[in-house]
Design a protein around this ligand. Structure first.
Ligand code: SF4
Length: 632
């Protein structure tokens, strides 16, 4: 065991020490503290795992108090730990509420860790020049902010949407590290030093994934003995994004524009604007790439996402472009060496690194990689080539698991009626210990569920019926409402039908996309007449209590779209192995998502509410009982 904080409980079991701390010290400092058996059980399971090592998957229903159940044993053990969340909301809650409270009861250190792009880079800010009046004004404001801020974290900045942020934020490709004259004052490196000194670091899944993909000195997060993955139901999606690659027409243009672009007066700008010998080569690559994107768009238009199998149709063109980009990099390296001032040279090197990554990505996309799925995404003028792992399980097993002695994955939704096989298969943790703790709430007493029949959202009549249900429920005026959609198009159509009527009822309807989610939720929390129409991001992480959220409407059972490339690749693998994709993949995935959605309604023992499900497949289909069983 590891007891480096001089705790008087050293030598006793961690579970016992944590229990004494939670029931005595924590309980004695909180009004209305109640011992929750499921919290105690979870804390004991976490304590054992932290003490003995290994991996635990713990499903803990809403209201279990899972944050304290893992934080208390970590704190008592004194072990260096990383806590990872998916959402910023939970990350903030752990820092500003839970750890802030617990640190008043026991001495330990903690810090928040964010991705590098969140921190201001003093070197880039100082070197920033622009002839654009607005940009110059922004830069002046940022210089003032830089002298006032402690953390240099964009989140602390009152002004939002700083246009120049991507050009003045910390970027690993444009960082001189210890050689930088701002190193001692550098916000990013100061944050990293704090992470080194702190016992507990609260990060996010994306940062944990990026860190695990790096090796040796390039690692961002310090070594830790314990990794807690909260909101673990979302881990596979985030990791796939982190490991995968995304190449877009806009991304490429922005790299090239940094090197060379022509402004509205026809004058060359950019890092290479004083190197006319390179203009032809750059402009020729720009036009060849534009032609390539146009060809791809024309070939695949009419389809949002097109899965690429075998050799990519334009493989020769793509391979040729990849080579041309490499040749341009060689040209730049030989012809401009030593011609730049220091800051410009760092920026030039950063652009070259990005160009190289693009060219390598293009080369990989042509042939694909084993275990990866490739597709083309077209949305209006945006064209993207994507390549993601079908499952992130090799990455989890090879790059995450070996780095920590103890790993605890927790969420309110990891199992389908106690069966973890779906999640453990997706992330490769079949061998992990598993525990399911029920919610301490009496959901049967606190919630009523109604299922509406005959609503088929594939036709207009179905959308009108759905709108009728929403207006009907809203007219009860007994509190806030959250309407969860699976399709943007259906959400928009329903909104158009309902909006005026809801306003006439003196209610406050809001639709995702018109204002930030956070602002919508704040309004909902402070009122009892708000109605949110929301998509994916509202199915999880929403925590609104009391009459501010009284009714939850599920517009459709949340099956993933079967034509999504990742879903198609996964179902094909299950079929090839002789399994049944619907029962092994689509159904459990939808059940877990429905559980997430349902969990938005009851957030405390005193909450009461109604759930209305507008999809009668839950009653008419043979698989309906699997959903029903997981509802309450
Ligand atoms: S050390 Fe790197 S991130 Fe920090 S100010 Fe210098 S260049 Fe920017």
């Amino acid at each position: 065991m590891h007891w480096d904080n001089g705790d008087e409980t050293a030598g006793s079991s961690l579970a016992k020490a944590a229990e004494i701390f939670l029931t005595g010290t924590v309980g004695g400092s909180m009004d209305n503290y109640e011992i929750r058996p499921s919290q105690m059980e979870l804390m004991n399971a976490c304590s054992r795992k932290i003490e003995e090592g290994g991996t635990l998957m713990a499903e803990a229903g809403t209201g279990t108090g899972k944050t304290f159940a893992y934080l208390v044993p970590i704190i008592i053990s004194g072990k260096k730990s990383i806590v990872s969340t998916k959402t910023i909301n939970l990350q903030e809650q752990i820092i500003t509420k839970d750890l802030s409270f617990l640190s008043g009861l026991k001495d330990f250190s903690y810090a928040i860790a964010k991705g590098r792009g969140n921190y201001l880079c003093l070197r880039r800010l100082n070197a920033f020049r622009s002839e654009d009046q607005e940009e110059a004004e922004e830069c002046r404001n940022m210089v003032i902010w830089a002298s006032e801020t402690d953390a240099g974290d964009i989140e602390d900045l009152k002004a939002k949407n700083v246009r120049i942020w991507s050009r003045i934020s910390s970027d690993p490709d444009a960082c001189k590290g210890i050689q930088c004259s701002y190193y001692r004052r550098c916000f990013y490196f100061k944050a990293r030093q704090k992470w080194e000194r702190s016992q507990i670091i609260v990060a996010n899944h994306s940062l944990v994934g990026i860190n695990s993909a790096l090796t040796g000195k390039s690692k961002i997060l310090p070594e830790a003995e314990v990794l807690i993955i909260d909101e673990a139901h979302a881990l596979d999606h985030v990791l796939s994004e982190v490991i995968g690659s995304t190449l877009s027409n806009r991304g490429f243009e922005s790299i090239l524009n940094k090197l060379l672009r022509i402004d509205e007066r026809g004058i060359y700008k950019g890092l290479l604007s004083k190197s006319p010998n390179l203009f032809t080569a750059i402009e020729s690559i720009r036009s060849e790439m534009r032609l390539f994107w146009t060809t791809v768009k024309n070939e695949f238009k009419g389809r949002d996402k097109y899965t690429v199998r075998g050799l990519f149709k334009y493989s020769e063109t793509a391979a040729g472009l990849s080579e041309a980009i490499e040749a341009l990099i060689t040209d730049i390296n030989t012809s401009v060496k030593g011609l730049f001032k220091e800051d410009e040279e760092v920026e030039l090197i950063a652009s070259i690194i990005k160009l190289k990554a693009f060219s390598e990505g293009l080369g990989e996309f042509v042939h694909g990689l084993d275990g990866y799925v490739r597709w083309i995404e077209i949305e209006k003028e945006k064209i993207v080539l994507r390549m993601l792992p079908v499952y992130p399980r090799d990455f989890v097993l090879n790059s995450i698991v070996p780095a920590y002695k103890s790993i605890i994955l927790t969420s309110a939704t990891l199992s389908v009626s106690g069966d973890f096989s779906f999640i453990s298969n997706v992330i490769g943790l079949g061998e992990a210990d598993k525990v399911t703790l029920p919610s301490p709430f009496d959901l049967r007493d606190q919630v009523t569920i109604e299922i509406k029949n005959g609503i088929d959202l594939k036709n207009e009549d179905g959308v009108e019926k759905l709108a009728g249900v929403i207006l009907d429920e809203a007219s009860k005026k007994d509190g806030g409402m959250l309407v969860l959609f699976t399709s943007r198009e259906v959400m928009k159509k329903t909104w158009d039908i309902c909006y005026e009527d809801l306003k006439v009822m003196d209610l406050n309807p809001m639709i995702q996309g018109e204002q930030p989610n956070k602002a919508m939720l704040r309004t909902m929390r402070e009122s009892e007449n708000s109605i949110i129409f929301g998509l994916d991001s509202f199915w999880e992480g929403v925590d609104v209590r009391g009459d501010s959220l009284k009714c939850l409407i599920i517009t459709k059972l949340p099956f993933e779209v079967p034509t999504e490339p990742i879903v198609m690749a996964r179902t094909e693998i299950i079929e090839r192995e002789g399994g049944t994709p619907f029962y092994e993949y689509s159904l459990p995935r939808a059940v877990l998502k429905l559980k997430q959605g349902i969990g938005r309604l009851i957030r405390s023992k005193t909450d009461r509410g109604r759930i209305v499900i507008c999809d009668d497949r839950i009653e008419t289909k043979t698989y309906g009982h699997v959903f029903k069983k997981s509802l309450l």
